[in-house]
Design a protein around this ligand. Structure first.
Ligand code: GLU
Length: 436
C-alpha cells in the first residue's frame, strides 16, 4: 500500500465515533477485525480497503404506532447500505429487542461480503427494528411493518436496495412491505423485497434456501475432509427457518441430530431426534422446549455435546473464548450471521476444528433471493427443481473457489472468503472510480 493511500485512513481513525472503532467488542468491531485480517492479502486493492470500513449510508427512523390499547409507542428502526459497488443493496430486516445501529452495520457489511462471495450482483444492506415482536398483536405488527417500510421508502426500491426476511420476519411481513412500498409509488412493485409468499411473486425454494445452502457446503466440506455424513452426530442451535431445514436435510442424508438448543430450551437424544416430529412440535409450541422425544439438558452443556457437526443457526456472538474450548465437533457450519468471535475462531483453528463461515455457509438464502428478484423482473417463474439445482451449483462452485484460496494462502476459510469477496468488491470500486 502506498503512503499516499494509507495516510487518510490512519489520520481519520482516531476521529471515528466509538461505534466505528475496532475495540468496540460488538459485531461491528468484530467485522473490522475480520477486514484487518484480510488486508495483507489484497495487494494493490488495499488502497481502497477503507471503503469497507464504513457504511455507505445509514438511516435511523422513528417508527410510531398506535397500540391496541390506544396508547402510542415509538420504536427505533434502521436501514444500512454498507456497499453498492457491485449492485443494489441487498439484505434482510430483523425484528429483535437487541437490535442496534452497530449490529445492523455489521450485518449489512457481512451481506456485502456474502453477496460478493457467491458472486450475485448485489452490494450489502440490512435493516432492523428494536422490538420484541412476540409482545405485539398481528395488527400492531402490521402497523409497525408498514410505518417502517414507509420511513425507509426513500432509500429502498427494486433497483436501489431490496430487503428480505431475517430473524423474526417472514413472508407475511414481506407481503406488507411490498404492499406499502407499492401503495406509496402507485404501482405494484414485487421486486422491492424478496422472501415474499409464492402467490405474490415469491420464489419456490426460498424458505428452505438458507438451510439447503448450509447442508450443501457441509456435504462439500465433509467430502474434502473424509467425514461421513451417514451416522454423523449433529448439534444445532436455533431451530427456525435455517437450523430446522438444515437439521432436516442432514437427518434425511443419514446423520443423527442429537442436540438442539433454542430460546425455549436445550434438548438431547443420543439415538438421534425425530426431526419431522420436532419440526411439528416447534411449529405448534414456538420452540423445542418440552419436546417429548428427548431429555432436557442444561444450556451450558450444549457446546460440549459429543458430535461431529455443530450448526450455530441463531444469533451472533454465541461461540466465544469461554465455550470454544469445549467444542468436540470436527466441523462448525455457521447458519447464523456472526456466531463466532475472532478469539473463538483462533481457538477452534488451533484445535483443528474446521469452521465454514457464515459469509459462505448461509449465502443460500440470498442466492435464492437473487433468483426471486430476477423472476420478478422477467415475470417468468422457474420450477423448484431448477431453483434447487442452480442454488446447489452456485454454492458448490463458490465453496470450491474459497477452499482453493484457503489452501493457497494457508488461511482459514473465513479469511479466504473475505479475500475472494473483498477483491471482487474493491475491484469494482476501483473500476468505477471516485465521483466527482
Ligand atoms: N437475511 C438473510 C441473510 O442474512 C437473507 C438476505 C436476503 O435474502 O436478502 O443472508
Amino acid at each position: 500500500m502506498s503512503s499516499h493511500a494509507s495516510t487518510p485512513a490512519a489520520g481519520s481513525a482516531h476521529t471515528l465515533p466509538s461505534y466505528l472503532q475496532a475495540d468496540n467488542l460488538g459485531p461491528w468491531g468484530i467485522y473490522l477485525q475480520q477486514v484487518d485480517r484480510v488486508t495483507p492479502y489484497l495487494g494493490h486493492l488495499a488502497r481502497w480497503v477503507e471503503t469497507l470500513k464504513r457504511p455507505k449510508r445509514a438511516l435511523i427512523v422513528d417508527v410510531p404506532i398506535e397500540l391496541d390499547n390506544g396508547t402510542i409507542a415509538h420504536f427505533e428502526g434502521y436501514r444500512v447500505q454498507h456497499n453498492t459497488s457491485r449492485g443494489p443493496g441487498k439484505g434482510g430486516v430483523r425484528f429483535h429487542q437487541d437490535v442496534t445501529l452497530s449490529e445492523v452495520m455489521a450485518l449489512s457489511a457481512w451481506m456485502s461480503i456474502k453477496n460478493a462471495a457467491v458472486n450475485v450482483p448485489y452490494g450489502g444492506a440490512k435493516g432492523g427494528i428494536r422490538v420484541d415482536p412476540k409482545t405485539l398483536s398481528m395488527g400492531e405488527l402490521e402497523r409497525l411493518t408498514r410505518r417502517y417500510t414507509s420511513e425507509i421508502g426513500i432509500i429502498i426500491g427494486p433497483t436501489k436496495d431490496i430487503p428480505a426476511p431475517d430473524v423474526n420476519t417472514n413472508g407475511q411481513i414481506m407481503a406488507w412491505m411490498m404492499d406499502t412500498y407499492s401503495m406509496n409509488v402507485g404501482a405494484t412493485a414485487t421486486g422491492v423485497v424478496t422472501g415474499k409468499p409464492v402467490d405474490l411473486g415469491g420464489s419456490l425454494g426460498r424458505v428452505e434456501a438458507t438451510g439447503r445452502g448450509v447442508f450443501t457446503v457441509g456435504v462439500e466440506a465433509a467430502k474434502l475432509t473424509g467425514l461421513a455424513i451417514e451416522g454423523a452426530r449433529v448439534a444445532v442451535q436455533g431451530f427456525g427457518n435455517v437450523g430446522g431445514t438444515a437439521g432436516k436435510l442432514f437427518a434425511e442424508a443419514g446423520a443423527k441430530v442429537v442436540a438442539v438448543q433454542d430460546h425455549t430450551g436445550t434438548i438431547y437424544n443420543g439415538k438421534g431426534l425425530d426431526v419431522p416430529a420436532l419440526l411439528t412440535h416447534v411449529k405448534a409450541n414456538g420452540g423445542v422446549g418440552g419436546f417429548a422425544g428427548a431429555d432436557s439438558m442444561n444450556p451450558g452443556e450444549f457446546w460440549g455435546v459429543d458430535c461431529e457437526i455443530l450448526i450455530p443457526a441463531a444469533l451472533e456472538g454465541q461461540i466465544t473464548k469461554d465455550n470454544a474450548g469445549k467444542i468436540k465437533a470436527k466441523l462448525v457450519i455457521e447458519g447464523a450471521n456472526g456466531p463466532t468471535t475472532p478469539e473463538a475462531d483462533d481457538i477452534l483453528h488451533d484445535k483443528g476444528v474446521l469452521v465454514l463461515p457464515d459469509v459462505i455457509a448461509n449465502a443460500g438464502g440470498v442466492t435464492v433471493s437473487y433468483f426471486e428478484w430476477v423472476q420478478d423482473f422477467s415475470s417468468f417463474f422457474w420450477s423448484e427443481d431448477e431453483i434447487n439445482a442452480r442454488l446447489v451449483r452456485i454454492m458448490q462452485e463458490a465453496f470450491a473457489g474459497v477452499w482453493q484460496v484457503a489452501q493457497e494462502h494457508k488461511v482459514s476459510l473465513r479469511t479466504a472468503t473475505f479475500i475472494v469477496a473483498c477483491q471482487r468488491i474493491l475491484h469494482a470500486r476501483e473500476m468505477r472510480g471516485l465521483y466527482p
